[in-house]
Design a protein. Structure first.
Ligand SMILES: Nc1nc2c(ncn2[C@@H]2O[C@H](COP(=O)(O)OP(=O)(O)OP(=O)(O)O)[C@@H](O)[C@H]2O)c(=O)[nH]1
Ligand SMILES: [Mg+2]
Length: 450
């Protein structure tokens, strides 16, 4: 049964806007075939077979374009409704004229962002995690993001969460039967056995959550911050990594004031690198300045705290490594000494990677090290799928709390209520449990035409 009664026929440009070889307009809803027949003056469309036909303006009787059209009858279509795709020549004029005509057809209107996929969800063509994966696949910029989105679209998360819901549902049915009709032969009832199962499930959920947030990191991009003393070469490094001039480089210490970001693809992993203001603690206390550098340093330190990985960059031409940067060393840092091309330069820190951003010396090695750390941080190895959104994680944590509470419940009735709440929390992830505001939030982030 459909999750909601949908009446309107929606249309939108499904391909990227602007000049292109081909642009695809998608129409979904009960009147989509009727409008195709009216605009093409043909009635012989075969399901899922392409037909080349002129589309004629219904009022001016001029041809808008010769289009390749496809008709996908519901319910076996993307949205679950009748869908028509118009493959047009990709000019603004054609697309605008075609959309203008389509929205004037009876019952037609422009689609809202994500509305096609929302209808697919409402017509049970996919669950919420698969719908989210559609958006992730469209946004995927690297190979690992593509693979994660595809796995999720194929039901990797749904299978796991539906399996857990089903386990809870069986346990609950058992417990409720026991509450209604207690078994005289078993004085302690079904509760101990059920709680044992729910403890096992809690352990499974905990293990799934204990994943270093790799699914979310992969979806959003791994945050790498470059930190170091003024003039160490941080801005030079971000420019070299991004292969373009994103940040200003100069020999004036304190050039970079704000955080500057660049999106990179390192061996298929999405990375957001940030260049930061040089760390010069005395500047924070200094008076008589405009305070801009101090604010920049404050932001740099904030970035250091939020980063998944830190590149701590030292200037090899100075005698002592910068103590303030040394202070930031932890498990999530990679030590790099720069300016090794300079005759005065030495690798002032044992174990650090000696590079010259200026000549490019050892930059491939630095990328290799970075790649290795990224693999450790986000690679899925043989483990199952990971939650990819904070909302998944929060719902699972809530389910876990409920299971722990059930374990401590004094009465079977109270344990049953906690198991029910755990099941609801998991059901919210896949959309089994409806929540209109949640749907609005999820589909708002989609592009129009998807
Ligand atoms: N010899 C040499 N000079 C370098 C190298 N990398 C950067 N520099 C120079 O060092 C100076 C400072 O470089 P930046 O990249 O602006 O340094 P920064 O760390 O961003 O400095 P702030 O923004 O002030 O914190 C510039 O004159 C660069 O040309 C290198 O590998 N070798
Ligand atoms: Mg700089």
């Amino acid at each position: 049964m459909s999750r909601s009664g949908v009446k309107n026929t929606i249309c939108a440009l499904a391909s990227a806007p602007g000049r292109a070889g081909i642009s695809v307009l998608r129409v979904s809803g009960p009147q989509s075939l009727e409008s195709l027949q009216r605009l093409s003056q043909r009635h012989d469309f075969m399901p899922r077979l392409a037909s080349l036909c002129p589309i004629t303006h219904p009022v001016f009787h001029q041809i808008i374009d010769r289009a390749l059209v496809l008709f996908f009858p519901g319910p076996a279509s993307y949205t679950g409704e009748d869908v028509v795709e118009y493959h047009l020549h990709g000019s603004r004029a054609v697309v605008d004229a075609m959309l203008d005509v389509l929205v004037r057809q009876p019952g037609h209107r422009l689609a809202a962002p994500g509305e096609f996929t929302r209808r697919a969800f409402e017509n049970e063509r996919m669950d919420l995690t698969a719908a989210e994966a559609v958006a992730d696949l469209i946004d995927a910029e690297t190979e690992t993001q593509r693979l994660q989105a595809l796995a999720q679209m194929g039901g990797a998360l749904s299978r796991l969460y539906n399996g857990w819901s089903a386990q809870l549902s069986r346990a609950l049915a058992h417990l409720e039967a026991d509450i209604e009709f207690p078994d005289e032969d078993l004085p302690s009832g079904a509760l101990p056995g059920i709680l044992e199962q729910s403890r096992a499930l809690a352990a499974e959920i905990s293990a799934h959550l204990d994943d270093n947030r790799r699914g979310e990191r992969l979806r959003e991009g791994v945050h790498v911050a470059i930190l170091g003393a003024p003039n160490a070469g941080k801005s030079s490094l971000i420019n070299a990594l991004a292969r373009r001039n994103v940040a200003i480089v100069s020999d004036i210490a304190g050039t970079t004031r704000d955080v500057i970001e660049a999106h990179l693809n390192i061996g298929g992993y999405p990375v957001i690198v940030s260049d930061t203001a040089g760390l010069r603690p005395e500047e924070i206390e200094a008076t008589g300045h405009d305070g801009l550098e101090a604010e920049g340093i404050r932001r740099a330190i904030e970035r250091a705290g939020e980063a998944d990985l830190k590149i701590l960059l030292f200037d090899g031409t100075v005698d002592m490594p910068d103590p303030y940067t040394l202070n930031l060393i932890d498990d999530a840092s990679l030590l790099v000494v720069n300016k090794m091309d300079d005759v005065l330069s030495k690798n002032i820190i044992e174990g650090a990677i000696p590079v010259s951003v200026k000549t490019g010396h050892n930059l491939p090695l630095l990328l290799e090290f970075l790649h290795e750390r990224l693999v450790k941080l986000v690679s899925s190895d043989s483990r199952g799928p990971s939650p990819t959104r904070r909302r998944h994680r929060e719902a699972l944590e809530e389910a876990l709390d409920c299971l722990h509470r059930a374990d401590k419940a004094d009465l079977p009735e109270l344990a049953a209520e906690d198991l029910r709440l755990a099941m609801r929390a998991i059901g919210r992830i896949t959309g089994q449990v409806d929540a209109e505001d949640l749907l609005d939030m999820i589909f708002r982030d989609f592009c129009i035409g998807k």
